[in-house]
Design a protein around this ligand. Structure first.
Ligand code: AMP
Ligand code: ZN
Length: 113
């Protein structure tokens, strides 16, 4: 298995998990860009957002709602948090298994870099 996040899901590589259920797992980013930087990852391997179908709509909804729940747990629901899906290299995607970044605990600028 070559996909890094599939290997984390399989337990072959350790990760600092903060949430898991039968469809998604969430773990701390190894190179955090904010006090809160969690990755929300579906157990199903989907390489990029371009590979999603209508069958994934529920899954993506769960990922987004989990992001909001984790931000709320950490106290950032009202102060603000950032969610990001990078799609392909030009946007900064480096792991080709979709993941939602959840960042909080500092101010975020717009437009993003
Ligand atoms: P992206 O660049 O959007 O594909 O995001 C990939 C993220 O995965 C980056 O923020 C990395 O810091 C993070 N990352 C890479 N390897 C690991 C790992 N072993 N455990 C946790 N996060 C990782
Ligand atoms: Zn994968």
């Amino acid at each position: 298995m070559s996909c890094l996040f599939c290997r984390i899901i399989a337990g072959e590589i350790p990760a600092s998990k903060v949430y898991e259920d039968d469809r998604i797992i969430a773990f701390n980013d190894i190179n955090p860009q904010a006090p809160l930087h969690v990755l929300i990852v579906p157990r199903e391997h989907v390489a990029t957002l371009n590979d999603l179908s209508a069958a994934h709509d529920g899954l993506v909804g769960e990922m987004v709602r989990r992001a909001a729940a984790l931000a709320k747990e950490r106290g950032y629901a009202e102060s603000g948090f950032r969610t990001v899906f990078n799609c392909h290299e030009g946007a900064g995607q480096s792991v080709f298994h979709i993941h939602l970044h959840v960042l909080g605990g500092r101010r975020f600028s717009w437009p993003p870099g």
